[in-house]
Design a protein around this ligand. Structure first.
Ligand SMILES: *[C@@H]1O[C@H](CO)[C@@H](O)[C@H](O)[C@H]1NC(C)=O
Ligand SMILES: *[C@@H]1O[C@H](CO)[C@@H](O)[C@H](O)[C@H]1NC(C)=O
Ligand SMILES: *[C@@H]1O[C@H](CO)[C@@H](O)[C@H](O)[C@H]1NC(C)=O
Length: 343
């Protein structure tokens, strides 16, 4: 049974599903280094799950918030140095956040954190020093309606229009009211955050997203449809110029409800970490330029499995860092582990 499932996964991995042909073709898939999973000796200061994480450049990543256990959340900002693998407390947020997400605005050395809390109903702006090694200022911007806090949020940074797009699950049932545009350059601060209404037809959690510089469009992959807990394999394209959302005629190899995506801008490939918990772990990939999708199995990942980690894509070293996380339900079996997948 187990072997059967595994071999199906392997066969699937060498197939590339394409929109351009009506049949499957075998193409050279993106590949991984060997070894591709490295577990660091450095750990987080304590086990936690559901943090947000982001790599900002200069060998530095930041890890924001997280959950230690049920109703015990974090307000910490940790800095991780990829060179000496040290973890340092870099700042304290104005409240507790978990299940939120961050984007980075490089021209202003600013991290924007969005959603993930009843405690902080705002967009948080964390301004870093020019060397990116210190937190200079933390301010709140863009309050959203009190009964519409977002959880399980994912964000993408539109680097051409200098705007962030965030999608999350409203804390109460508000179909279609979890999608926001944030414009940090709007001089009218209360108008920076804008609900994009009537675009998402239902409430969704953990929909992975990224901005594709070459097409100027955003993509939304997988996620969990809240109403019936359905894990999605859908891929949507969002055009910010007219706020239109299009369901593409291509699906992910597997449904995914964790939203762990990174965008390899240089090669035009989005990767999504996928773990079925029982049968397989892997990286699904999607190339918006050709509408191809594929799957790279992570044969040796089983023993290191963790969900709900904070993901930071270190594009300098081509590493997908994973901070903390847990498996089983919610806060159970949280880990202090730091590991990476080397592309
Ligand atoms: C979508 O793809 C399927 C299978 O390749 C094809 O039969 C169908 O015509 C496509 N639909 C559109 C609208 O392109
Ligand atoms: C981790 O620690 C072990 C045992 O002390 C050591 O052998 C190994 O080289 C260390 N690994 C790294 C990546 O530092
Ligand atoms: C990161 O580690 C490297 C190597 O030890 C060191 O040269 C650098 O100053 C560190 N950066 C920060 C911000 O601590």
């Amino acid at each position: 049974m187990h072997f059967f499932v595994k071999s199906v996964v392997l066969i699937k991995s060498v197939l590339v599903f394409t929109l351009l042909g009506n049949f499957c073709t075998t193409l050279a898939s993106p590949s991984l280094a060997d070894p591709y999973v490295v577990v660091l000796n450095t750990t987080l200061p304590q086990p936690f799950t559901y943090p947000a994480a982001i790599y900002v450049g200069n060998g530095l990543a930041y890890i924001l918030g997280g959950s230690v256990r049920e109703s015990s959340h974090l307000n910490t900002i940790y800095r991780f140095n990829t060179s000496d693998e040290s973890i340092t407390l870099a700042g304290i947020l104005p409240g507790y956040v978990y299940t939120g997400d961050c984007v980075f605005y490089p021209e202003e050395n600013a991290i924007f954190h969005f959603g993930g809390s009843w405690n902080v109903p705002n967009v948080l702006r964390i301004t870093l020093s020019p060397e990116l090694d210190r937190v200079l200022e933390i301010i709140t911007e863009g309050t959203i309606n009190e009964d519409n806090y977002l959880l399980f949020t994912r964000g993408a940074w539109d680097s051409s229009r200098k705007k962030a797009y965030f999608l999350g699950k409203p804390s109460y049932y508000h179909p279609g009211k979890g999608f926001f545009e944030f414009d940090p350059l709007n001089i009218n601060v209360p108008l920076r955050l804008k609900l994009i209404e009537n675009v998402w037809p239902f409430d969704v959690a953990n929909v992975a997203s990224f901005f594709d510089e070459s097409s100027g469009k955003l993509y939304y992959l997988g996620g969990s449809k809240w109403e019936n807990s359905e894990d999605l394999d859908s891929i949507y394209q969002f055009d910010p110029s007219d706020s239109s959302l299009t369901l593409l005629n291509v699906t992910l190899p597997y449904p995914d409800d964790n939203g762990h995506l990174f965008w390899d801008k240089e090669n035009g490939i989005a990767y999504i970490f996928e773990d079925s918990k029982i049968t397989h772990s892997g990286l699904m990939w999607f190339k918006p330029g050709t509408m191809e999708v594929g799957y790279i199995p992570l044969e040796h990942f089983m023993e290191y499995t963790a969900f709900r980690f904070g993901l930071a894509w270190d594009w300098d070293q081509r590493r997908m860092y994973m901070f903390g996380g847990n498996y089983e339900n919610w806060w159970e079996h949280a880990t202090d582990r730091i590991q990476y997948i080397q592309l």
